[in-house]
Each structure stands twice: as structure tokens, then as C-alpha cells.
Design a protein around this ligand. Structure first.
Ligand code: SF4
Ligand code: SF4
Length: 118
């Protein structure tokens, strides 16, 4: 791994992240022990963590952006590495979406004379 990549990974921290990985589908296994009301079964029968209406995991404390079942979180969550490839992929995708939203806002903004800019 080159130095630039090491530095870019080192700058990643959950403390300044919107818990993006907690929006992913978390598949539960037989060794997981999660309160049943925080889980659901998908149409095909897959047992997964339930999500709230905004798409975050039902176990996430939305105010503090912290896992409310941290010590007994699913194995998938325990193995999700901060700064690892999946973490970086989620952060990159989120950054791209944010950029797209800003661009859309600029296109739709009102011009100085009060008319929509085209
Ligand atoms: S592991 Fe990565 S994606 Fe998940 S909260 Fe931490 S920085 Fe964000
Ligand atoms: S169980 Fe905890 S760590 Fe896992 S996705 Fe839900 S809130 Fe995030």
C-alpha cells in the first residue's frame, strides 16, 4: 500500500461519519443474538437487521449515531473494518451522491432576477 493510500485511510474515522455502514443490509447468522424487535425477515426468508424509515439500522441511536447494541452487535458488524475497502466504498459513494445533489441544487437555483436559472 502506498503512502497516499495509507494517509487517506488514516484520516477515516467513525466519529465524523454518518454511520453509513449502518444503512447496509446486515444479514444475521445463527450465532447472532439480537433482540427480535430489531430484526426482520425479507421476502425470501433472509433474517436481517430491520431499518428505520430513513434507511438506517433499527439499532442505531439516530441522535448520537451510535449502535445501541454495540457489545452484542451482529458478527457482520463486528467484522466491518473502519477504513477498510467496504467502508471506503460506502464513503466514496456517499460523497459522489452529495456532489450530485449540490450540482442539482445549483441547476435549479433562482437567478438574481428571481427567475429560475436554466
Ligand atoms: S466503519 Fe466506515 S462507514 Fe462505518 S461509521 Fe465508521 S467510517 Fe463510517
Ligand atoms: S447493529 Fe449496530 S453496528 Fe450493526 S448496522 Fe445496526 S447500528 Fe450499525
Amino acid at each position: 500500500m502506498n503512502r497516499a493510500k495509507r494517509e487517506s485511510i488514516a484520516s477515516i474515522t467513525c466519529a465524523t461519519c454518518d454511520s453509513l455502514c449502518c444503512r447496509l443490509t446486515v444479514i444475521l447468522g445463527k450465532d447472532d443474538s439480537v433482540p427480535a424487535h430489531l430484526t426482520t425477515h425479507q421476502v425470501g426468508g433472509l433474517h436481517v437487521m430491520a431499518k428505520d424509515q430513513d434507511g438506517w439500522c433499527a439499532a442505531l441511536d439516530g441522535k448520537q449515531m451510535k449502535c445501541r447494541i454495540y457489545s452484542s452487535r451482529p458478527i457482520v458488524c463486528k467484522s466491518f473494518a473502519m477504513g477498510g475497502p467496504y467502508c471506503r466504498a460506502e464513503r466514496d459513494e456517499h460523497a459522489k451522491q452529495s456532489t450530485r445533489l449540490i450540482a442539482m441544487k445549483l441547476i435549479g437555483e433562482t437567478s438574481h432576477d428571481g427567475n429560475k436559472a436554466h
